[in-house]
Design a protein around this ligand. Structure first.
Ligand code: MN
Length: 499
């Protein structure tokens, strides 16, 4: 449990949050038709006769959508139901030509599972938390009404009609906005690792219905909840919870009651407003879809699904800690998303083979570079950076020179800046721009001899016990060498000479 509390005039309140996430299944075709699912097409160009609900057309389940839902269920260690069934959820709306949505109410394809969110003290999550997942079912998406195309008419775009969604329903296990944010991020990471949803919240591939209720600290009964629909970013999910919980506390402390209702989030103001009173399942007159046979999955299909799963975020994070020796923070950051770990693993492989050491020996250096140094350089250059120049091979070449003591950390950054601006090769840059450390003991020794000769008084004081003066000699030597001397070599020679 988090310590998140809302301090009301009459005492402290805690919040209870559950999320229903709709995730668009990665598939070229729709759930029950062969129409394309490509984003951004001209309105009404991706609509089959099935999607348009022409009389007599029959739906045919798309095997790939079923496979992706099963793989997703396996990734959250859920029960997979070998027998499931489609139901009709009946309602009338202009973006739904069938007059019903094909969904799964009574027998979903995936049952109980869970995911873990990691402790993050800074974000207000004091300990690891396991969040229950009640079910995943598959269902059709609806179309989109457009009210901004004509002064007096509304238009409808049916391209999304029939696109496959997974509805992933959590238990009411989250107790703060931070936990809900972490849950959505973790779920998104899992979906992207599995490849069952691209997780693109701006394009609507993933959106959350946010269920919030409040109760006095110590109460065990759940309060009446509201559901805020179609929230489409992690930040908005957190804002919805903060605002909605505070609103409910205000109502209750004023002696009012919470109405079970559906609400809308307004990103402009960060507030929610009432949309309609909440329907119950019986309002939709659910019944089994007579056009579809139940889904029956055989062992061979399930085994193939399991065999196709990649290494998942938790396993990868632990491997980074245990086998690569990364800190928990670095391991978490690097495994947070598919693109991030893919880039890291490529760079790690290139660097290890360039240097000729095992990956575990260079992983910390590569992790620090990938998480902090390289992004810092990109950020400082702004528009001047062309990140396509920063290939893994070039970054590995820089890390190799640094590992060999040929360049300092500062020089590594300077070289990478030039790489990103010009696409030149790091070795050539180091040579021609004078960006190399001098490790030549002769040159460093000569500089140190001159400094010792010119500072006889300080040498006396140092030898007399004023150890702090060592830094002075290092500074003078680096200055004489224009900052390019290898600090390890400078330290060693100074120690030898000063005794
Ligand atoms: Mn749904």
């Amino acid at each position: 449990m988090s310590n998140y509390r809302i301090h009301g005039a009459t005492g402290d309140w805690e919040i209870v949050v559950g999320l229903e996430v709709h995730a668009q299944v990665t598939s070229n075709a729709k759930l029950f038709s062969g129409a394309s699912t490509q984003f951004g097409a001209e309105p009404n160009t991706q609509v089959s006769l099935v999607d348009a609900a022409m009389p007599g057309m029959l739906p045919v389940p798309n095997r790939e959508c079923v496979r992706q839902a099963v793989r997703t269920g396996m990734a959250i260690e859920a029960e997979i139901h070998k027998w499931s069934r489609f139901d009709r959820k009946n309602y009338f709306y202009a973006d739904l030509p069938q007059g019903y949505q094909i969904s799964q109410l009574y027998h979903p394809i995936v049952g109980k599972g869970a995911l873990t969110i990691e402790a993050d003290e800074k974000a207000g999550i004091p300990e690891d938390r396991t969040i229950g997942i009640e079910r995943i079912h598959i269902e059709q998406d609806a179309g989109k009404l457009m009210h901004d195309q004509h002064p007096t008419m509304s238009y409808v775009d049916l391209n999304r009609v029939g696109v496959a969604l997974m509805e992933i329903v959590s238990d009411p296990d989250m107790t703060s906005p931070a936990e809900a944010g972490a849950y959505v991020r973790k779920l998104r990471a899992i979906l992207r690792y599995v490849g069952s949803c691209d997780g693109n919240m701006e394009e609507g591939s993933m959106r959350a219905d946010v269920n919030v209720s409040v109760r006095r600290v110590g109460d065990t009964e759940l309060g009446t909840r509201t559901e805020t629909k179609n929230v489409n970013s992690v930040r908005f999910v957190m804002q919805t919870i903060e605002h909605e919980a505070q609103r409910q506390v205000n109502v209750l402390e004023d002696g009012g009651t919470i109405v079970q209702e559906t609400r809308l989030f307004d990103p402009g103001t960060g507030t929610t407003r009432s949309m309609r009173s909440k329907e119950d399942a019986h309002d939709y007159r659910y019944f089994p879809d007579p056009d579809l046979l139940p889904l029956e999955l055989d062992d061979e299909f399930l085994e193939a699904c399991r065999a196709s799963l990649p290494e998942l975020p938790d396993a990868k994070r632990l491997r980074y800690e245990n086998e690569l020796g990364l800190t928990p923070y670095n391991a978490r950051e690097l495994t947070a998303d598919v693109e991030v770990f893919a880039r890291f693993e490529t760079l790690l492989g290139e660097t290890a083979s360039a240097i000729g050491k095992p990956e575990a020996k260079v992983a910390t250096q590569v992790a620090n570079w990938a998480l902090s140094v390289a992004p810092g350089v990109v950020k400082s250059l702004g528009d001047e950076a062309d990140v396509s120049h920063g290939t893994a091979a070039r970054q590995a070449a820089i890390l190799k020179m640094q590992d060999a003591g040929e360049i300092s950390g500062g020089q590594a950054k300077e070289i990478y800046e030039i790489v990103l601006k010009t696409g030149r090769e790091p070795d050539e840059i180091a040579d021609t721009e004078g960006l190399k450390q001098v490790s030549d003991t002769g040159a460093i020794e000569a500089a140190i001899d001159a400094i010792i000769a010119g500072n006889g008084d300080k040498v006396e004081q140092y030898k007399g016990g004023k150890d702090k003066l060592f830094g002075f000699f290092v500074g003078q030597t680096m200055k004489a060498m224009q900052g390019k001397a290898n600090p390890a070599v400078v330290n060693q020679i100074l120690k030898d000479k000063l005794g």
